[in-house]
Design a protein around this ligand. Structure first.
Ligand SMILES: [Zn+2]
Length: 188
């Protein structure tokens, strides 16, 4: 299947019309989430110019996508707050591990602003290096960023994973819904 056709199918799903392409995505190479350790920072390099931005609900088992408004999304109905999430395609500068990297809208906008500056000057932000670190060294602390204002990774940067493909594939695995995430009073 061509990339354009795959994108079309993805957009169809985003409108809620079906899950028929999941099997095709499942044959892709496994992609990983890049995490920031609590005790030290991590230097990451931008691999794709376009981030994926979505609205999510923060549950105990992790971030879950909002599937609509208060009438159709079970997490909205249960009263969970909605948060904008930014997901980037990145590579660890030291280990060369590639993956997707998800941050809050605050950090995401700071990263995007720097990427846009570089894109305006050089036509792309690919290779732009950042250091990310957890604030207060807490396990769930928010992630702060510092742009190194320089290119990393050398001249042979790999293609980064498409954050939208990775997340949609994860979200469409049917076993991912966990009733324990819901408040006790509305659990079955
Ligand atoms: Zn929702």
């Amino acid at each position: 299947m061509s990339t354009i056709m795959a994108e079309k199918q993805l957009n169809m799903w985003a409108c809620g019309t079906g899950r028929e392409f999941v099997g095709k995505l499942a044959t892709e190479k496994e992609n990983v989430f890049l995490h920031i350790p609590s005790k030290s920072g991590r230097q990451l390099i931008v691999l794709r110019d376009e981030p994926f931005i979505y609205i999510g609900h923060f549950l105990r088992s992790g971030m879950k996508p909002c599937t609509g408004d208060h009438l159709t999304c079970r997490y909205c109905i249960a009263g969970f707050g909605r948060k904008e999430r930014f997901v980037f395609s990145m590579m660890d500068a030291r280990t060369k591990e590639t993956g997707i990297f998800e941050v809050s809208d605050t950090t995401g906008l700071q990263v995007l602003r720097k990427m846009d500056e570089w894109s305006e000057r050089f036509g792309s932000a690919r290779g732009l290096a950042f250091v990310f670190a957890k604030e207060d060294d807490k396990k769930n602390g928010s992630i702060g960023m510092k742009c190194l204002d320089g290119l990393g990774g050398g001249s042979d940067l790999p293609d980064g994973p498409d954050p939208q493909h990775v997340l949609v594939k994860m979200w469409t695995q049917p076993e991912k819904f966990d009733y324990k995430d819901l408040p006790k009073e509305i659990q079955p």
